[in-house]
Design a binder for this molecule. Sequence first.
Ligand SMILES: Cc1cc2nc3c(=O)[nH]c(=O)nc-3n(C[C@H](O)[C@H](O)[C@H](O)COP(=O)(O)OP(=O)(O)OC[C@H]3O[C@@H](n4cnc5c(N)ncnc54)[C@H](O)[C@@H]3O)c2cc1C
Ligand SMILES: O=C([O-])CC(=O)C(=O)O
Length: 322
Amino acid sequence: LCIMETCPSCSVTILSDQFSPNTTSDVAAGMLIPHTYPGTPIHVQKQWFKETFAYLFAISNSAEASEAGIHLVSGWQVFKNTPEEELPFWSDVVLGFRLMSEAELQKFPQHRFGQAFMTLKCDCPPYLLWLEKRLKATGVQMYTRKVADLWELHSEYNVVVNCAGIGAQQLVGDKKLFPVRGQVLKVRAPWLKNFIRDGDGLTYIYPGIHRVTLGGTREKESWSLSPDPGTTKDIFDRCCSLEPSLRGAQDIKVKVGLRPSRWCVRLQREVLSQGGLKLPVVHNYGHGAGGFSMHRGTAKEAARLVGECIAALQGSSSRAKL
Ligand SMILES: Cc1cc2nc3c(=O)[nH]c(=O)nc-3n(C[C@H](O)[C@H](O)[C@H](O)COP(=O)(O)OP(=O)(O)OC[C@H]3O[C@@H](n4cnc5c(N)ncnc54)[C@H](O)[C@@H]3O)c2cc1C
Ligand SMILES: O=C([O-])CC(=O)C(=O)O
């Protein structure tokens, strides 16, 4: 979508071996609470988050909000011990950030410190379908196809954008990319209106429009997409200990996804060359646990890099098929 906005004369085709509802993005809780990428400067991460927040805030404030699955949600992030960083870098991007009062903390007898704020949540499958609808409306073609090697696209396309998530490990042989397995439960508990996140990042309760997401796990280098029943019970017990009313939750569904993790997002231009031929590529993968929080900011940067590739192609007066 960002490419179509910045370069309306481009013809864009999406090739993917899976579409919604069968992607990692469909499993995500979709909360806008950033995770820090150690290899990316904080001011860059803040910019990505700000752009994403502003974009989704405008959708949440429009007639499209319910179809797009975007809504505001207030709640608490609570800590058993005071964290080193009391004010995270994103505290002035979310709305109404403040430290919790002693009275509020009485809701969480095992926790001593907390942050209260309002942020945005994407209900992921509806949001992905809404994006697909907008793509089709702008004339973008979408085909189911697994790409084994970027070079197979050389004769058909001028620029390739690699947004393969964890699939990039195989597609471009990126050894710095690894899965962090996450298992979550999607339950019915319509009385829950506030989010609760344990600052250790393991346990969270995120109310969506129809279901509440209960998490979670972070298992490095695990490729298993099968739900583990012992883990399901453990997640449920941890969440009930934070919010006892969840004992009455119904219709528990279990989902597993592999976070495409890396020490920094790979957002980069590369020109592949082989036998005198060149193929400009823009990489945009490795969003780990923060793909929703950062997606619009990183997509805008990727679109800017696509613009640079096009300018370079036009400059070299190659046979651009734009
Ligand atoms: C349990 C869990 C909870 C999460 N919660 C949050 C959250 O609350 N907030 C947040 O910001 N983030 C969250 N995330 C992280 C978020 O889900 C990811 O960062 C994001 O989904 C990554 O998106 P992506 O588009 O890069 O990857 P994907 O959604 O995996 O999309 C990659 C696409 O590329 C396709 N593909 C891959 N390889 C090939 C190939 N060779 N040929 C053709 N197509 C290919 C795939 O089929 C897929 O369609 C969570 C993740 C998990 C697992
Ligand atoms: O940590 C969270 O709050 C949710 C999330 O992004 C994840 O599980 O990856």
